[in-house]
Design a protein around this ligand. Sequence first.
Ligand code: ASP
Length: 307
Amino acid sequence: MLLITNYEGRCGVQKSVELLMNKVDAIRAIIEGIKLVEVNPEIHTVGANSLPNLLGQLELDSAVMDGNTRRSGAVGALKGFKHPVEIAYRVMTDIEHEILVGSGAERFAEEIGAERYVNEMEHTQTAWREYLDSTLNEEQKQKFPDIRLLDIKTKPKDPENLFDTTVYLAQDYTGRIATATSTSGWPWKYPGRLGDSPIIGAGSYADSRYGACACTHTGEMTIRAGTARSVVLYLKMGLNLSDAVYEAVKDLADLKTGFINAVTVHAIDNKGNYKVVGLNPNKEVKYLVWHPELKEPQVKDAEIIRT
Ligand code: ASP
């Protein structure tokens, strides 16, 4: 058994560990951990309490993947529900599609009886208003929101320098490997923007025969490099876990155009190894690991690669 999560996922780790120890399957164990992250008021980049898009709305993304069946489920740009990760799971189990977005995802969530929630909170709305106030010119302020959002002269960014998805990767006692992600994407993102978190193959991928990978930070890059799938494919082609991750990181580092920023790659193989590498981060990168030989989940520092 093995569990790794990024640091943003720390409040749900104990729950997932308990479930894994009680022989709950990897996919349900990580979903229950992520649900705690989605409602944690201190986490401003996953679920409720997150910083919103340019229009002040929270559009949430999530994906799950079962490495035994290679079925996945994902939701993107989902508004008004408490647990995107549970809805992503139900996409996997209840419908013959892999991704639902926007109003279709919300209709599906309603039909399965998912819990509604007002994810926009007073403090995050205040942060958004302050952002607009410091960014828009007088004319834009008067006409907002009927302005060309494209004219807003900043890139999506994280005012707390914390931007992060939560990613969980686990192998249960049967050898099943699973991944799950949940995020609000980037603060002040253009409405409708999907990052890598709901894109299987970019932000996450699980295959019980080889291993799994999940990424955080710049989804614009991992989508283009197909990073999560690449790591698992490099494992399949015979590379060890470290080399598989280094190869995928090299693919990211070779991107020259577009939005280039930091990426963290989290990976496990089916033999109990784990590897986390931060490419060009602007601060230290931490993650958590648990396996049965450890009494408690441990916080570790990722290996950093700078180019
Ligand atoms: N990867 C996420 C996205 O691009 C954001 C993050 O992890 O910080 O939406």
